[in-house]
Design a protein around this ligand. Sequence first.
Ligand code: PMP
Length: 291
Amino acid sequence: MNYYNNDTIIYHNGKLVKAAEEKIDLYSQSLHYGLSVFEGVRSYKTASGETKIFKPVEHYERLKISAETVNLPYNYNTQALIDATYEVLKLNNLQDAYIRPVVYAPANMSFAPNTESYIFIQAWEMAPFLGEKLLRIMTSSFQRPNPKAFKMHAKVAGHYVNSILASQEAKAKGFDEALLLDINDNIAEGPGSNIFFEKDGVLHTPKPGYILSGITRATVFEICTKLNIPIVEGAYTIEQLKQADSVFFCGTAAEVIGWESIDDTIFPKPWKESLGAKIQEAYQNLVHEKN
Ligand code: PMP
């Protein structure tokens, strides 16, 4: 995948600069121990033709919370970062894009807290997801990390070693993606997305505590309020999930994407008739500012 070329511009510590010419410190605590925080944001070419970042305030506020949660100094202003992100999009001629802000640590081989941090914002083209193909999911042999060992509400780079292990395992076994359970063996989330399932006209999703409770997940709640779809948060076993009528993942990158199956179990409801399909359509309308 080509994330950048010699002309690509990024935002780095207050300046708009060429990605290919930037350096980061090889002695950064982030590189050695995985202590950096990041966001995954999307922009869309909306119905009016204008480029709009979806929920930028929510993403940059979460970046701040993530940084503060792991004691990375955070002296950035949300609106200034949003303005910088629009500059990056414009300078790179991007409309449908994935945006990756990262806050990282200085040179620090110790475990002592940092007195400063750095930030960059990258963006690359990402076509809007069409969601036609349903996912074949595998129950992962990897659990999500224990929330008493990690701060699971923060989007910390090191947490993603767990995501990568689970995703690679699923793909090596011929599946599209993994579903991870929590330390109590309840369903938790995908490597980079939250899960919802439909049962008898009601949507269910794991309650916060063992998951990264995503911005898309919150958007699904908003859509359900508008569409009068009943929605419940709880703790669910994999056996309960296998009794579902239909299932979907949601996340900024994944948007809303339906499942075909988990392990050997195929979900009975045709996707087009599912609550997930309605939410998928509403989500696409929302991000594209249609209707
Ligand atoms: N869970 C995990 C582990 C994730 O990495 C993501 C992606 N940020 C999500 C859920 C979905 O979060 P969001 O909707 O905010 O992108």
